[in-house]
Ligand binder design. Sequence first.
Ligand code: ADP
Ligand code: MG
Length: 691
Amino acid sequence: MPLTRETPLTDLPGVGPARGKKLEKLGLRTLGDTLNHLPQRYEDRRECCALQDAPQDRPCCVSALVAETPRISYVRRGLSLVKVKAVDGTGTVYITFFNQDYIREVMRAGESYVFYGVVERQGNLFAMTNPVFEREGAARFTGLIMPVYPLTAGISNNLLAGLTRRAVDECLDGLPEVLPAQVRKAHKLCQTQFARKNIHYPADFEELAIARRRLVFEELFVLTCGLAQLKDRRSAGKGRTLESAPEDFAALLPFAPTGAQRRAMEDIAADLRSGKAMNRLVQGDVGSGKTAVAAFGAWTAAKNGVQCALMAPTELLAEQHARTMEALLAPAGVRAALLTGSVKGTEKKALLAALARGEIDLLVGTHALFSQGVEYRDLGLVIADEQHRFGVAQRAALAEKGGAVPPHVLVMSATPIPRTLALIIYGDLDVSIMDELPPGRTPVSTFTVGEDKRQRMYGFVRKQVGEGRQVYIVCPSVEENSGGWEDGPGMDLKAVTAYARQLQEQVFPDLRVGFVHGKLKSKDKEAVMAAFAGGTLDVLVSTTVIEVGVDVPNASLMIIENADRFGLSQLHQLRGRVGRGKHQSWCVLVSSSRGETARERLKALCATTDGFQIAEEDLRLRGPGDFFGKRQHGLPQLKVADFAADLELLKEARAAAEELIAADPELKKPSHRLLKRRVRELFEENAELFN
Ligand code: ADP
Ligand code: MG
């Protein structure tokens, strides 16, 4: 029987049922599957040397004749050695294998083998330890660029390499091509067969690069085709027509909107009156005034007699938004209410009833806004604030809450989304950029200090308070769900609490110190925040609950303890809590870390206040996995592409995808059939979107 891509791996020699199970764990069932199991890295095993010329500092291949039968010795329980002597024309090499007893059975005196490993030189003698080896002429594991695969227990790299070798040698014919010919031509991409062969077994690194480029493009192309399709369908979707005039709204604001705010509001007004469903992202750095733009949306909805839901990532922020919206919009007759996880019992019942009757125009809250049992009378607009995880899937789920006509969607983005990722995560949205801060802001001066400056720093706190300002002191805490960031080991809650008490009792007995953390009851949290916002607290000690959105313009100093434990973007978000008013503001990063990279990172933050630049740096340092936490962006996991490294290709693939989807929105052409299937497979978890 000839091998095909459908051949089960268990039909192959060396793969029994037990190994078959283990391979399945890697997602490998058929020979064709192994073509998609891509190497993690490669080992260049092409260099072949005589013993005499072997380099000392790197492995190479040596071809030598085994000169005696391998000898085994048992050193102690769990440690056996197989020793072999081999010769080439230039010397003798003594080879030792640890715990590989089988070698005694397979290696024959008088036969030639190729050994791959580091050749150590001891005087005139040579030695190798645990080299890779095979019969001369086999060229399966030596004399080539060897792929190194992701493995699982019980599956060796050699086994996998053997399987991919067979797949590459025997099953590439007729491999269907997912990329349309004109796309491949326009972007100078190699054929799928070439790419598959050379991603596993490249003849050289140039070919590998050509293969990789094609596969990265393919992956990003399929992904962006899916996103373009989503966008296309959404924009075709009907929406309620809502009329509004930004000038009328501006009269409600206590300040004149910035140009950027005006433009964002105009964009939104145009979307809302277009008769199509709005899907817009407003992206702007911390402090650019996104809240006012959100309020404009809510106001428009209310004026047109439909309801608006405003979702914030934390209860704290939801509470603050509820206060702000109330103050701003109540005079215009907008009825706002707050729904968080802590609203319970009869209070909640009454609220839900009022919502269902349409007596609430604006419901502010956390994701509780969309939990079961929350029925809107007529939900016309959903606003998601500071939600860098409010991805494609969540937005799709939302569309259902609006009944027959999906609600308009407005996403206010937390800044630290590198452009690269924003292209993907928000690839299906229209974008308004707010690139202007309200007038009169001075940039926050940022600096790092070590423990030795602690007393001086406390002195500075007192000085600021003396001038009527307020101060945040932030500690990392493991207890905190800080909105998607991995904090790394932080202080535990007890330590944070103790630190706050110590500050109050020993350091600042004369100042009014408050304390807030995520585990506090919502009412207490709100009380502390209200006290700080109202100026009856001088110092607020807090965990990262204040990371996003909190707005107290009188606060002019932020101290961040153990700053090296935070991601750069998170630090930038935290820092954005100060410098929101007219006062000169400071951010002090306390770090006792002597690590080079920790210092480097913090320095980057001292050097710039551009959130985008910081986000790119953060992405570069931490990679997208850490950036969002595993899969929290709700997008498919990518196999080949690397968001940080492949930005240019991403742009190319995206442009190509948009062009293709514009010409064939539903991928109906026969030549797009495979592409259509791949898009659906990629978005498997949201497959219904593509059916
Ligand atoms: P963010 O974009 O980070 O959500 P906010 O909406 O919280 O920013 O606004 C930050 C601060 O700037 C708030 O105190 C807000 O009242 C103030 N603000 C917003 N827009 C303006 C403006 N056009 N002029 C003056 N102050 C403004
Ligand atoms: Mg905000």
